[in-house]
Design a protein around this ligand. Structure first.
Ligand SMILES: Nc1ncnc2c1ncn2[C@@H]1O[C@H](COP(=O)(O)OP(=O)(O)O)[C@@H](O)[C@H]1O
Ligand SMILES: [Mg+2]
Length: 238
């Protein structure tokens, strides 16, 4: 699998009922980068992730990943193209053990040796999960559940990881740890599309970013440029 696939979202419209939630979103995630999408609550961040994954298919527009057009594909084919998601709110399976949760992330991989190698890799990143592999995920702390969720995302050996608001509901210390882990994962060659409200910590690890407001991209630039963009702060984050 080549790592060099760009995600290109072009003029995407998406709706749940009649009114569009995404109104012509265009953005690009360079291979190897951490690219972020900043936006306040309700701006359409999760909807864009759902649209990329084929859960809320776009009403119009194109979503390309390398040479593959994702718009119109069912979710399992999007996943098979090398995309994984760490959902908002982490969403572990509470009645399954840590290891069962992780294994579910590799459901498309039949070869046990491959799954075992990926498990070993996840446990290397999260030694805490190795210690707790037989514990029910629902009995872990919020920070540990975040590790389970990230670990599960890695189990399909994705080329592109979509991360939906990993900071939500975590203490500042855990947010910092989580973001360091996301950075490490990126350094191992996985492209990251990070969707967040937390401007400062996100721009500290991102290379490039976009700002979403009411379903439209209203600013774009390098993380450094966005961090300096006082107008962006004033207008959208107070
Ligand atoms: N399942 C749904 N059905 C109808 N409207 C929805 C649904 N999910 C989200 N929305 C609406 O779409 C808009 C964007 O929501 P969302 O993408 O979740 O924003 P964000 O993730 O940026 O907080 C909001 O107005 C929200 O109420
Ligand atoms: Mg959201």
């Amino acid at each position: 699998m080549s790592a060099a696939a760009r995600l290109e979202v072009k003029d995407v419209y998406a709706a749940y009922d009649k009114a569009d939630v995404l109104e012509g979103v265009t953005l690009s995630v360079a291979p190897g980068s951490i690219t972020c999408l900043l936006g306040s609550n309700g701006s359409g961040k999760t909807t864009l992730i759902r649209t990329i994954l084929g859960l809320t298919p776009p009403r119009a527009g194109s979503i390309r990943f390398g040479d593959t057009e994702l718009a119109g594909l069912p979710t399992h084919k999007v996943v098979a193209a090398g995309i994984a998601c760490i959902p908002e709110g982490r969403k572990v399976f509470p009645k399954l053990t840590v290891e069962e949760n992780l294994r579910l992330g590799a459901y498309q991989e039949a070869a046990e040796a491959t799954v075992a190698a990926r498990l070993a890799h996840a446990y290397e990143i999260f030694p805490r999960l190795a210690e707790r592999r037989a514990q029910l995920a629902g009995t872990m702390s919020g920070g540990e559940q975040a590790m389970v969720s990230i670990g599960r995302g890695l189990m399909s050996a994705p080329r592109l990881l979509l991360v939906d608001e990993p900071s939500l509901g975590l203490s500042p210390l855990l947010v910092k740890e989580n973001f360091q882990i996301i950075r490490r994962i990126n350094e191992q060659g996985i492209t990251v599309f990070l969707v967040e409200q937390n401007v400062h910590q996100t721009l500290a690890i991102a290379h490039h970013g976009y700002v979403l407001q009411q379903g439209r991209v209203v600013a774009a630039g390098s993380a450094r440029e966005l961090a300096r963009d006082a107008a962006v702060h004033q207008a959208y984050f107070g």
